[in-house]
Design a protein around this ligand. Sequence first.
Ligand code: SF4
Length: 354
Amino acid sequence: MAVVSRPPLALTDLDDAALQALVQELGGKPFQVRQVAHWLWQHGATVADDFKNVPKSLREALLARLPARSTAVAKVDAADDGTEKLLLRLFDGESVECVLIPDGDRTTLCISTQVGCPVRCVFCASGMFGVQRNLGAGEILEQVLHARHRLAAGRSLTNLVVMGMGEPMLNLDALLPALARIHAPDGLDMGARRITVSTSGYPRQMERFAAEPTPYGLAISLHAADDQLRRELVPTATAPVAEIVAAANRYAGQKGREVTFEVVLLEGRNDRPEDAAALVAALRGSPCTVNLIPWNPVPELAGAHDLHRPAPGRVDAFADSLRRGGLKVTVRRQRGADRSAACGQLRLRDLENG
Ligand code: SF4
């Protein structure tokens, strides 16, 4: 995979020290650094007029040096239930998706960390073509800024899940500074308990993530507790299930919060009684909840891998087996069901249309 190391593309790529250095280099005073940051992160400023109380010469010099953002919303796909999928165009013509999911008082945003995905889960459109590149910190942060701008008056982002395209643990260099900005009180001010990062299970990188002082939530896309079956479904994430569960348990202990194990259910592949029994055996005693996600069909993959969404009765039976085994279980409702619902599908359509 091409790991991109490049100069900052936009102000969103700068950490606090770099932003301070730039503003001061342009003649700004320390208090004006705070003003610039305030308009950038709390108000989503993009053009000179947005930086209300910053001297005109400073705002113009700043934006002449770097644009506020490097991405633009290329397409919005809205479902009848209010779910909005945003396709963002990146500086090099690539694209990524993020998804806004309103649900009662909550509004959750799901963001991406890579263009494509190297994990290549057999059921996922994002992994169909592998990974093109990592996103930069600014490209990750900008998904939140764009999505926040679309919220109706009176609504705010209540939850952030890093569960879109890409494997977050393979891009921690960009993800961690982006999350720091999103979490910081003088950044986007989102509490750590409202931020969850999802991984296919990379124990070494999970240790680095655990070393962060901020207690972000952690979700593990497990899909199967049997190593051989898991390798069929998640071909490149090859760490043994026992190691992944041990790393998750350590994280839960260190942060004082339980982890979530996600299981995308595929009829006849991983929703059989023996699959439930294997999950119970692997997760019994772990401080966790198991989240069952009936597969959102991707037509291109359904035929190629003979995949099917399980009927509701099978999902209920699977959930009951886990509960009888002592596990806490939730079942995810399907959202955005009518249009490009599964992760990566909007980008897939964009690629198909050239
Ligand atoms: S499900 Fe997640 S980890 Fe798997 S290919 Fe898709 S984006 Fe990558």
